[in-house]
Design a protein around this ligand. Structure first.
Ligand code: NAD
Ligand code: TYD
Length: 363
């Protein structure tokens, strides 16, 4: 058997590692069995779930290389000592749902902006320690950002040096976070990289987002609230591909650079919903047209040339990834049913109560 390659960063701090994409990254890195040790720092908000790391925790060899710390990236006392022990920090921690950012933006500023600043300051402290000879190198920081920072792209594909024109409190906070990261590269020559990923889907995705919401509602023959005309377009990226791209940029990306992570699977929301209903064998009549999201971005699309030149390729075709995702939700009700209770019910009423009451046939 060939030995796994020695990791460039043997000790990782993964913030937000109990969320959707972060937990996939943690599962996939630990499953390489290359000796990498991971500390997860996660606040366990409504979106964080330790069950996302169950496959790791049930494998003694992997579990021994994982440490889980419950804490806030915006808390310097929690962050400082963990960054001090890390060779690299990968920041997935964020408030991540556009609709919640429209209902209540403040948590987005705290985590997606101030939290990033706290991580940067902790890394700067370590840079100073490295310069003083107290550690071998400063930690590298990878900031996980999003295609939503470009705003709505009516035609063409966003490139990394395009203007940022975020239009929701979520995307504005993410843009602010990554601009801070950039400023620390320019001002302090810190070792930072940024990825901008497109709409991600796959197992362990919180049911507030389009695909898991519609799949789990359809399993229960509940209505599917489609915003506006449903002709908004997104570029879909399978979660394992997104996590893999982040690992690739962590290892090979140039300091100070930004890399788009495109899925190459542009679909309208209606096309996505048709495909998931087909897979489930459920009727289109479940779909209801509801009042649109305010400021709804019509389309996201990114150019992926820069990351391709770095040697990364997307592996999963949308049809295969969607089928695997739908099947996973069908087989893992024990994972999502508890999430769709408690706080969820209050959120659901607030977000969809009036919308569904005033809904109409989706044609
Ligand atoms: P998620 O909402 O599923 O997970 C976020 C995680 O961060 C949760 O575990 C939560 O508990 C944790 N968290 C939140 N606030 C925290 C804080 N203050 N301190 C520590 N932990 C905190 O999100 P996701 O979909 O996995 O997204 C991960 C990252 O990827 C985010 O930065 C998001 O902006 C970005 N992104 C997401 C997508 C997507 O389609 N999901 C696409 C592109 C980029
Ligand atoms: P979402 O999964 O929230 O991701 P994002 O807003 O980050 O793209 O939404 C994906 C698309 O689906 C977006 O155009 C909004 C739409 N959508 C609905 O039509 N109904 C819903 O209930 C949700 C959650 C999303």
């Amino acid at each position: 058997m060939t030995q796994p390659r020695k990791p460039r960063f043997p000790r990782l701090l993964v913030t937000g590692g109990a969320g959707f994409i972060g937990s996939c990254f943690v599962r996939d890195v630990l499953a390489r069995r290359d000796g990498t040790r991971i500390t997860v720092l996660d606040k366990l908000t409504y979106a964080g779930n330790r069950a996302n790391l169950a496959p790791v925790e049930s494998d003694p060899e992997q579990a021994a290389r994982l440490r889980f710390v419950v804490g806030d990236i915006a808390d310097p006392a929690a962050v400082g000592p963990l960054v001090a022990e890390a060779d690299a920090v990968v920041n997935f921690a964020a408030e991540s749902h556009v609709d919640r950012s429209i209902l209540e933006p403040v948590d987005f500023l705290r985590t997606d902006v101030l939290g990033v600043h706290v991580l940067l300051e902790a890394c700067r402290e370590e840079q100073q320690r490295a310069r003083a000879g107290e550690r071998s190198a400063a930690p590298r920081l990878l900031q996980v950002s999003t295609d939503e920072v470009y705003g709505s792209v009516e035609t063409g594909e966003s490139r990394e040096d395009d203007r940022l024109e975020p239009r929701s409190p979520y995307s504005a906070a993410k843009a602010a976070g990554e601009l801070l990261v950039r400023s620390y590269f320019v001002t302090y020559a810190m070792d930072v990289v940024v990825t901008r990923g497109s709409n991600t889907y796959g197992p362990y995705h919180h049911p507030e987002k389009l695909i898991p919401l519609f799949v789990t509602n359809a399993i229960d023959d509940q209505q599917l609230p489609l915003y506006g005309d449903g002709l908004q377009r997104r570029d879909w990226l399978y979660v394992a591909d997104h996590a893999g791209a982040i690992g690739h940029v962590l290892e090979h990306g140039r300091a100070g650079e930004i890399y788009n992570v495109r899925g190459g699977n542009e679909r309208s929301n209606r096309e996505v919903v048709t495909a998931l209903l087909d897979r489930l064998g459920k009727p289109w009549s479940l779909v209801r047209t509801v009042a649109d999201r305010p400021g709804h971005d019509r389309r996201y699309a990114m150019d992926g040339t820069k990351l391709a030149a770095l040697g990364w390729k997307n592996k999963t075709a949308f049809e295969a990834g969607l089928a695997a995702t739908v099947d996973w939700y069908s087989e893992n009700e024990a994972w999502w049913r508890p999430i769709k209770s408690g706080e969820w019910e209050t959120y659901y009423r607030r977000q969809y109560g009036a919308r569904l009451a005033g809904s109409r046939d989706a044609g």
